[in-house]
Ligand binder design. Structure first.
Ligand SMILES: [Zn+2]
Length: 67
């Protein structure tokens, strides 16, 4: 994840059958579904395989050199 190009976006699926991802760091759920305690947006890698929540993005952006 070091130097990854993360983009802030609403959660979207890489596969139609998937309805959520988890933050790589704190495992909070990121989804388009309206679920309590879940987020609807986050920071994703270009391939949408890795998601980071906004809080972890702020906490780790310098350490991981995210742009
Ligand atoms: Zn997180």
């Amino acid at each position: 994840m070091v130097g990854a190009k993360l983009k802030h976006m609403p959660w979207c699926s890489k596969k139609p059958s998937w309805d959520h991802d988890h933050c790589e760091f704190c495992s909070v759920k990121i989804t388009s579904l309206n679920i309590p305690d879940a987020l609807q947006e986050g920071y994703a890698t270009p391939d949408l395989y890795h998601w980071v929540c906004p809080q972890c993005f702020e906490d780790f952006r310098e350490e991981f050199q995210w742009l």
